[in-house]
Write a protein that binds this ligand. Sequence first.
Ligand SMILES: Cc1cc2nc3c(=O)[nH]c(=O)nc-3n(C[C@H](O)[C@H](O)[C@H](O)COP(=O)(O)OP(=O)(O)OC[C@H]3O[C@@H](n4cnc5c(N)ncnc54)[C@H](O)[C@@H]3O)c2cc1C
Length: 413
Amino acid sequence: MTSPIVIIGAGQCGARAAHALRENGWQGGIMLLGDEGIAPYERPPLSKAVLLGRKTVAECAIFKDAFFAEKGIELRLDAPVERVDRASKKVLLRDGSAIAYERLLMATGAAPRSLVLPGATLEGVHMLRSVQDALTIKQVLDVGKRIVVIGAGFIGLEVAATAIVRGCVVCVLEAAPRALIRAVPEAVAQAMVDRHLRMGVDVHFDVCIERIEGTARVSGVKLADGTFIGCDAVITGIGVFPRTSLAQEAGLDIDNGIAVDETLRTSDPHIFAAGDVCSFPHPLFKRRIRLECWRNAEDQARAVARNMLGHAEAFDAVPWLWSDQYGTTIQIAGMPAQGATTVVREAGDDARMYFALDGEGILVGASGIGQAGQIARDVRIAQELIARRARIDPGVLADRDTKLRSIPTMAVQ
Ligand SMILES: Cc1cc2nc3c(=O)[nH]c(=O)nc-3n(C[C@H](O)[C@H](O)[C@H](O)COP(=O)(O)OP(=O)(O)OC[C@H]3O[C@@H](n4cnc5c(N)ncnc54)[C@H](O)[C@@H]3O)c2cc1C
């Protein structure tokens, strides 16, 4: 092979994949193309430690400055890719240059959804995805500032938690009847919302927002029922969409993300996709899924690097993600939303585990809420049980005196 392996997207997945290519013995060129003007960084601290002032942007870097040169990875930080020409196997950059690729990885991630409402573009309305967004929002979160957070998903709730800890007056508005509706069982969401209420966050569900009020700057949020909530800033966390436009224009298959096969290969055999941007058929859950979490970006980076080098291994990692709010963590393994029944297991103090069993009694998801030390181990064991498609007696699962590791299971093929 003479041309380099080119990676579009110098984010979590792209950077890790570049490293993994070297670790798996690839000695040819690697080109990592980013468009944020900053070396690859971790996004999870942005809504937590960075907003709280406990971590600097520099501390979020995935690798030390010297890493890319040491590994012979050509990192270009201001190199937005505008087009992929599959016929000539080249990517075309905004500056007019073209780069030939032997294999291409699309790790373009996801972008936050914008509010589509009158007033949504007023000054003081923010979204959170990048370092720049976090630094802007951090400046807004001063003591006494009135903050409206739109969306009670993970990002919205994490921002609400940091804002109230920083002394702001915080109101969360959610269109759905409850928080974290796509991610966790109702009881887990309610337990987290209860913590927010105890901290003084005002949380409203089933809310219909009519407009964002203000002249040049936001002054408040007007609801369809006539309520007006005055505020100094609005922060939206209403979900993300996969950045598929390049792939779409290149004629690749798209299905809620860049559609890849079980080896993370797109409909073009020379092009792969991984991380937030791709949807892949999960062998355990027997359907195509797209994940928006750190662990998946890391795991798929390693898997796709091997497959780009010819290994053709199916990607079957059990999904895992976490969210930290106040001192509490939520950890999720598998797909709790696919469960037909939920089994609760006490985990000490007010920590709990929630296990999701499908219609056949097979464990498909687990959610833990509490201190990391109280739930992390059980979530990890649950991950293994989910991978084995274990069928577990709900009564035994609920009994905290029976160690999870020792529960007899029956693997179902
Ligand atoms: C504030 C915040 C907090 C989070 N907290 C958690 C958490 O607590 N737990 C958890 O599990 N997950 C969390 N996540 C999610 C996690 O960070 C993402 O799942 C992960 O970053 C996905 O990695 P990725 O590489 O697929 O995408 P990204 O990290 O988004 O990287 C994609 C990169 O591609 C670039 N790009 C896109 N198009 C082009 C182009 N045409 N040319 C060049 N470059 C391009 C983008 O600018 C970006 O730099 C959080 C995310 C955010 C935003």
